[in-house]
Design a protein around this ligand. Structure first.
Ligand code: FES
Length: 72
């Protein structure tokens, strides 16, 4: 399924990017072009990225920092 019509980025491409080390929407944009056009795919792209990272057991850096500050 296409997530980003402006740049032809698919859901599977986002999952592959996550597996390759992409952790943020900014990194995804820089590496795939996803969200770099009109931006209307941002919400869906972030959801797919977070789901892929969760499946791999990763957290977004901001969430990891928040968890650290709460537990400290
Ligand atoms: S649909 Fe992704 S930037 Fe426009």
């Amino acid at each position: 399924m296409y997530v980003c019509m402006c740049n032809g980025v698919t859901e599977s491409a986002i999952r592959r990017a996550a597996a390759a080390g992409i952790r943020t929407l900014g990194e995804l944009a820089a590496n795939t072009g996803c969200t770099a056009g009109c931006g209307c795919c941002s919400e869906t792209a972030e959801a797919v990225l977070l789901e892929a990272l969760h499946a791999e057991g990763h957290r977004r850096p901001a969430m990891a920092m928040l968890a650290t500050s709460i537990s400290a």
